[in-house]
Design a protein around this ligand. Structure first.
Ligand code: C2E
Ligand code: CA
Ligand code: CA
Length: 753
C-alpha cells in the first residue's frame, strides 16, 4: 500500500464524499427554497395588487355609507356646513381614514371641502386637479343614466382612480349623493357629488403592512431600493405610473434553509466522520490483507522450517536472473545433499533432524550471506551464486563441504554429518533447466566419489550418467535372466575355535562386459530402482539351499531397509526356510544400526514376527551409526557386528576401549558379538582377550564361492576325523585358492563395509 492510497482512503475519499453529499443536499435545499420563495413572492405580488384594487373599491364602498343617504341629500341641498363637517368630513376621516372630502354642486361648484391637517396636507388646487376629471366623467354618466357597475354591494355608480394629489399618491373616488329610501326624488344628473381622497404614502402602507403581514411595506416613487425587495407598480386608469409599493418579501424557503443549515452542517460533519472511519477501516483492512498476502506469498515461496527459499522460488529466481544476465557474465547453481542425514533422523528422531537442518541452513547463510539459498527437499539444498570461473565456484563448494563437516551440537548431542556438493556454471543466457540438470549430475558424481566432497559439472559427467543409466538397465536384465548374480559366502569363526560356525552371504554381480561389480555399487542402485527385493529373495534362496546340505552351520544374510519394511517380507523368509525344512534359528538377518532403532512400525512388526519364529537378527557395522548404548539396549536383536573401522584401529587405545565397551555392553544385554574385518593376528588376539564371540575377516577367509564352501566344510570334517575329535584352526580355508578364485572374478580387495 502506497502513501498515496493511504492519503486517498484516509482523507480524500471522506472529504470528497462529504463535500459531494453536502453539496447535493445543500443544492437541493437551496433550489427548493428558491422555488418556494419565488412562488411566495408571486403570491405576495398578487396579494398586493389585489389590496391596491381593494383600496380603490374600499374607498368607494366606505363613501357609500354617507353618499347613499336621505340626510346627506337633504343636508347638502341645504348647504348645512356643520352637518357636512361632522358627517362627511370628520367622521369619514376618523372612521375610514379618508384624508380629504369634497362636496360638489350640480353646477360643479364647491359646497364643502375637508382636508385633514398634516405637514404634507395638499392645497385645494391640488385636490381639485385630482378629482376634476373624475367628477366630469361621473356627471356625464349620471346624465345618460349609465348604471354600469351597480350591484347588490355597489349601490351607486362612481369614478375612482389612482393619481397624484400635489406630490402625493392617492386614491380619489367620486360618488353621487343619492337617497337611500328613494323617497327623495332626484333627476338624473342633478345629484350633488361627493369626493373622497385617501393618500397611499405616509402611514397608510405601514397600516396595510401590519394588517396583511408585509414586512417594511412602503411607497416609493422609483423602483425598489434593493434587489431584496419585491414591488408592485401602481398604475392609474390612464396607464400613468404612480409609483410602487415595495416590501421585504416573506421567504419561507430561505427561512427553512436557515433553519436546516445547522442540521445540514452537522449531517455533513457526520458524513465526513463516518467516511473517515470507513476510510480508516478500509485502510486498516487493506493493510491487513496486504500483509496477509505478503505472508501467503512468503509461505508459498519459502521453506517453513528454515525460512530459506523453496524450490519454486529458486527456480523462478534462477530463470529470472538468467534472463537478465549479460553474455559475458555467469551464474552458478550448487546442489547440496547432506550425507547420513537419514541416520540422524532415524536415530535421534525428527525434532533433532529438524534442528540439524536449521543449523545447516544457518551455517550456509553465514558462509554465503549474499547468495540465494533454497531448501528443495528433506536434506537437499540449492544455492545460486554469481561466479564466473570454476576456481571460484570450486572454492565455494569446497568451503560448504568443509563447513558442514564440522560437528553440530544439538541438545547436548554431538552430531557429525557431511555434505556432497554438485555445481554447474552457466555462461551467459544458459537454460535454467539444463543448468540444474548439470548441477544434479555433478552432485551424483560427488556422491559416487565417496561423498563429503564436491564436483563441478563437466561433459564427462554426462557420460557417467549414461553409464549409470546403462548399469540400471543391465541390472534389471541380470535379474530377469538370473544368471549374473552370484552369492559368495564369508566364513565366520568362533572366537575360541578354528571352526567356522556360520557364513555371511554376500552377493556379487558378474557383469558380462564389466566383470565383477561390488555390492557397494549395485545394492544402492537396486534399492533406488526398486529391485532389491529380487536380490534379497535370491540370496536367501541360495543361502538356504546351501545350508540345507550342511546341517552344522548357520548363515547370515544382509537385508536392506526397504526389504525389512515391506509387509510380505516375514512370510517370504519363513516360507523359504520351511520349503527346505531349515530351523529358523540357523538364519541370521543383518540390518543396519539406524534401521534397528528407527521406530518404523512395519519394520518393528516384521522383526518381531521373524524373531518370534526363531529367526535371529544382528546389527551390522555397529558403531558407525549414532546409537548410544542406552538406545541399543531397547532394541531386540541377538548380535552386534562391530564395524571393521574399529577393528582396524584396535591397536589404538581409544578404539580398543570402545570395542571392549561394546563387547561388555553386549554381554550384559545377552547379545553375541562378531568382529568384522579381522586382517591380522594381533587383531584376532586382541579380540580374543576382550572376549569377542566371533571373528570374520580376510585373516581367516575371504568371501568364497558356494563350491569352495562345500570343499571347506568337507576338509573341515576330514580334519576332525584325522585329529580324532581335536579341532584345529583352519589354515585359511583353501585361502590361497579362494583368494585366487575371487580375484580372478574381479573381486574388490577393499570393499567398504
Ligand atoms: P557388510 O555386510 O559389512 O559385509 C562385509 C563386507 O566386508 C564385505 O564386502 C566383505 O567382503 C568385506 N570384508 C570381509 N572381511 C574383510 C576384511 O578383513 N577386510 C576388509 N577390508 N573387508 C572385509 P562386500 O562383499 O563388498 O559387501 C559390501 C557390502 O554390501 C556389505 O557389507 C553389505 O552391506 C552389502 N551387501 C553385500 N551383499 C548384499 C546382499 O545380498 N544384500 C544386501 N542388502 N546387501 C549386501
Ligand atoms: Ca553384513
Ligand atoms: Ca559389516
Amino acid at each position: 500500500m502506497t502513501w498515496q492510497s493511504q492519503w486517498l482512503l484516509k482523507w480524500f475519499v471522506p472529504t470528497f464524499t462529504s463535500i459531494l453529499v453536502g453539496g447535493v443536499l445543500l443544492g437541493t435545499i437551496f433550489w427548493s427554497a428558491a422555488q418556494v420563495d419565488e412562488v411566495a413572492a408571486l403570491r405576495q405580488k398578487d396579494l398586493v395588487t389585489l389590496i391596491v384594487s381593494q383600496i380603490q373599491s374600499g374607498v368607494a364602498h366606505d363613501q357609500e355609507s354617507v353618499t347613499v343617504w336621505d340626510d346627506a341629500v337633504i343636508k347638502t341641498r341645504e348647504r348645512d356646513l356643520d352637518w357636512m363637517e361632522t358627517n362627511l368630513g370628520q367622521w369619514m376621516n376618523t372612521y375610514f381614514g379618508h384624508d380629504a372630502a369634497v362636496v360638489l354642486s350640480v353646477e360643479g361648484s364647491l359646497i364643502y371641502q375637508f382636508i385633514a391637517e398634516s405637514d404634507s396636507a395638499p392645497s385645494s388646487e391640488d385636490v381639485l386637479e385630482a378629482y376634476l376629471p373624475l367628477a366630469k366623467r361621473l356627471r356625464q354618466r349620471l346624465a345618460i343614466g349609465d348604471e354600469d357597475g351597480v350591484s347588490d354591494r355597489v349601490l351607486s355608480i362612481g369614478e375612482s382612480d389612482l393619481t397624484y394629489v400635489g406630490s402625493r399618491p392617492a386614491v380619489v373616488s367620486v360618488k353621487p349623493i343619492t337617497s337611500d329610501t328613494g323617497e327623495i326624488k332626484q333627476r338624473a344628473g342633478e345629484e350633488n357629488l361627493h369626493v373622497a381622497l385617501r393618500f397611499l404614502d405616509g402611514d397608510f402602507p405601514r397600516t396595510i403592512g401590519d394588517e396583511y403581514q408585509f414586512a417594511e411595506l412602503q411607497f416609493t416613487i422609483g423602483g425598489s431600493p434593493d434587489k431584496e425587495h419585491s414591488q408592485v407598480a401602481l398604475i392609474s386608469k390612464s396607464g400613468q405610473g404612480i409609483g410602487y409599493f415595495n416590501w421585504h418579501p416573506f421567504q419561507p424557503g430561505a427561512r427553512v434553509l436557515r433553519a436546516t443549515l445547522p442540521v445540514i452542517g452537522v449531517s455533513v460533519l457526520g458524513i465526513f466522520i463516518a467516511a473517515s472511519f470507513a476510510g480508516h477501516a478500509i485502510w486498516r483492512r487493506s493493510v491487513r490483507l496486504d500483509s496477509n498476502r505478503q505472508e501467503f506469498r512468503h509461505l508459498a515461496l519459502h521453506d517453513s522450517l528454515t525460512g530459506l527459499a523453496n524450490r519454486a522460488y529458486f527456480n523462478s529466481e534462477l530463470a529470472d536472473r538468467l534472463e537478465r544476465v549479460l553474455p559475458e557474465e555467469a551464474l552458478s547453481v550448487l546442489f547440496i545433499d547432506l550425507d547420513r542425514f537419514k541416520a540422524v533422523n532415524d536415530t535421534f528422531g525428527h525434532p533433532v533432524g529438524d534442528k540439524l537442518i536449521c543449523l545447516v541452513a544457518q551455517r550456509m547463510s553465514v558462509l554465503l550471506p549474499d547468495s540465494l539459498i533454497a531448501r528443495i527437499g528433506g536434506d537437499e539444498f540449492t544455492i545460486l551464486i554469481e561466479g564466473t570461473c570454476s576456481e571460484e565456484v570450486g572454492g565455494i563448494a569446497d568451503s560448504i563441504v568443509k563447513c558442514l563437516r564440522e560437528p553440530f551440537s544439538i541438545d547436548g548431542v554431538q552430531v557429525s554429518i557431511g555434505a556432497s556438493v554438485g555445481a554447474a556454471i552457466g555462461q551467459g543466457k544458459a537454460d535454467p533447466i539444463e543448468l540444474t540438470r548439470q548441477a544434479d549430475i555433478a552432485l551424483y558424481h560427488a556422491k559416487s566419489a565417496g561423498r563429503n566432497t564436491y564436483a563441478l559439472f563437466g561433459d564427462h559427467m554426462d557420460e557417467l550418467l549414461r553409464t549409470r543409466r546403462k548399469l540400471e538397465h543391465d541390472l534389471r536384465e541380470a535379474l530377469t535372466t538370473g544368471t549374473q548374480i552370484e552369492v559368495f559366502y564369508q566364513p565366520i569363526y568362533c572366537g575360541d575355535s578354528s571352526e567356522p560356525c556360520s557364513l555371511e552371504a554376500l552377493s556379487r554381480w558378474n557383469h558380462p562386459q564389466l566383470g565383477s561389480i561390488s555390492p557397494d555399487v549395485f545394492i544402492p542402485l537396486a534399492e533406488e530402482i526398486g529391485v532389491i527385493h529380487m536380490i534379497g529373495a535370491f540370496v536367501i534362496e541360495d543361502a538356504c539351499s546351501l545350508i540345507a546340505d550342511l546341517p552344522s552351520i548357520g548363515v547370515a544374510v544382509n537385508a536392506s531397509a526397504v526389504e525389512i519394511g515391506s509387509p510380505g517380507y516375514p512370510l517370504r523368509v519363513l516360507s523359504t526356510l520351511a520349503k527346505r525344512g531349515i530351523e529358523p534359528a540357523r538364519l541370521e538377518i543383518e540390518i543396519t544400526e539406524s534401521l534397528a532403532i528407527s521406530g518404523e512400525e512395519q519394520t518393528e512388526r516384521n522383526i518381531a514376527m521373524l524373531r518370534a519364529a526363531g529367526v535371529r537378527f544382528a546389527i551390522d557395522d555397529f558403531g558407525t551409526g549414532y546409537s548410544s548404548f542406552s538406545r541399543v539396549q531397547s532394541v531386540t536383536v541377538d548380535r552386534l557386528k562391530i564395524d571393521k573401522s574399529f577393528i582396524r584401529a584396535i591397536h589404538d587405545g581409544r578404539s580398543r576401549a570402545l570395542v571392549e565397551a561394546i563387547i561388555n555392553m553386549a554381554r550384559a544385554q545377552g547379545l553375541n558379538t562378531t568382529a568384522e574385518g579381522v586382517e591380522t593376528e594381533e587383531q584376532r588376539d586382541a579380540l580374543k582377550s576382550l572376549g569377542c564371540d566371533n571373528v570374520q575377516g580376510f585373516l581367516m577367509s575371504r568371501p568364497i564361492t558356494r563350491g569352495e564352501v562345500m570343499s571347506l566344510m568337507v576338509a573341515q570334517e576330514d580334519k576332525i576325523d584325522r585329529a580324532s575329535g581335536v579341532r584345529q584352526l583352519p589354515s585359511g580355508p583353501n585361502e590361497r585358492d579362494a583368494e585366487a578364485n575371487v580375484s580372478s572374478r574381479g573381486q574388490s580387495a577393499a570393499p567398504t563395509g
